[in-house]
Design a protein around this ligand. Structure first.
Ligand SMILES: O=C(O)CCC(=O)C(=O)O
Ligand SMILES: [Fe+2]
Length: 313
């Protein structure tokens, strides 16, 4: 079974209501879907792929060879009997780009900084459009989700209040893929995630109805998924979904995930408009930064205990 593909350009024009209904279905039943005709130019996407791959070669590959997962796998293989699996690290090379850590962005790869800056600015606009689609489908005022994630700041300040991070990952070929995960199963902590995954190397899977399904690579599509905070805000209508990356013996999978998350100070709670009369909220009200402290300890565990553990306000 393939995950749904949405032509995002059709949210304008004659097929608007049908397309909005399809997106609502994706959010309610899948938690993951792919956007095509999303408005990000192919030319920019091609440049992003090029600079990210070059950056890995020039600035990351040697370091990965010395990294924890590589050391741990080597140790495991040297043991006489090795029926264990490594379950405390991921076979992943990763770094994060934000507006606040620009001084730490890779600097040795020609065009990397300029291209990623441009990409992030385009992706952030797409994130806002996707959130507005969700607002409309949930019957919330336009801009509700963005405002909630910005901690209720006014329009001019909103842009800077929410967190927008871009995680550049590579999953290098693994000699023993049955011994370690590319990235262990989890649901995402934050809001809306926009994933630009590899054109060819397949290894992202989502858990649907108890079965792990591949998220099929689709050239220059952007995969959207909803995190724990969208689940809370929608009072459980849009559930965050378990996903994982398998380690693979061949190919070096590139994946660039951009996270539109609440600011650490934002108070997150189910939208009152979505609470039926007298019905209880299914989720607590909490400060997102407190949730992230719990998540840091419990990322690879079920989300429900996180909602119990976070300090309610
Ligand atoms: O690398 C991917 O495709 C997904 C990564 C992911 O799930 C995450 O970073 O939370
Ligand atoms: Fe994730």
């Amino acid at each position: 079974m393939a995950i749904p593909v949405i032509d995002f350009s059709k949210t304008e024009g004659e097929e608007r209501s049908k397309t909005l209904a399809e997106i609502a279905h994706c959010c309610e039943e899948w938690g993951f879907f792919q956007l095509v005709n999303h408005g990000i130019s192919e030319e920019l996407l091609e440049r992003v792929k090029k600079v990210a791959s070059e950056c890995y070669k020039v600035e990351r590959e040697a370091g990965f060879g010395e990294s924890e997962p590589v050391k741990k796998l080597k140790e495991l293989m040297e043991k006489e009997s090795c029926d264990e699996r490594i379950d405390d690290v991921d076979w992943e090379d990763v770094f994060l780009l934000t507006d606040h850590n620009a001084h730490q962005w890779p600097s040795k790869t020609a065009g990397f900084r300029e291209t990623m800056k441009e990409y992030r600015s385009e992706l952030k606009k797409l994130a806002v459009r996707v959130m507005e689609t969700m607002d409309e489908n949930l019957g919330l005022p336009k801009g509700y989700m963005k405002k909630a994630f910005s901690g209720g700041k006014e329009e001019e300040e909103e842009e800077d209040a929410a967190f927008f991070g871009t995680k550049v990952s590579h999953y290098p070929p693994c000699p023993k893929p049955e011994k370690v995960a590319g990235l262990r199963a989890h649901t995402d902590a934050g809001g809306v995630i926009l994933l630009f995954q590899d054109d060819e190397v397949e290894s992202l899977q989502i858990l649907k109805d108890g079965v792990w399904l591949d998220v099929q690579p689709l050239k220059n599509a952007i995969v959207i998924n909803t995190g724990d905070q969208v689940e809370v805000l929608s009072n459980g209508r849009y559930k965050s979904v378990w996903h994982r990356i398998l380690a693979t013996p061949h190919g070096n999978r590139r994946s660039i995930a951009s996270f539109y998350n609440p600011s650490t100070e934002a108070t997150i709670h189910p939208a009152t408009q979505l609470l039926a009369e007298k019905a209880e909220a299914e989720y607590p009200r909490f400060v997102f930064g407190d949730y992230m402290s719990v998540y840091a300890e419990q990322k690879f565990l079920p989300k429900e205990p996180r909602f119990q553990a976070v300090k309610a306000v």
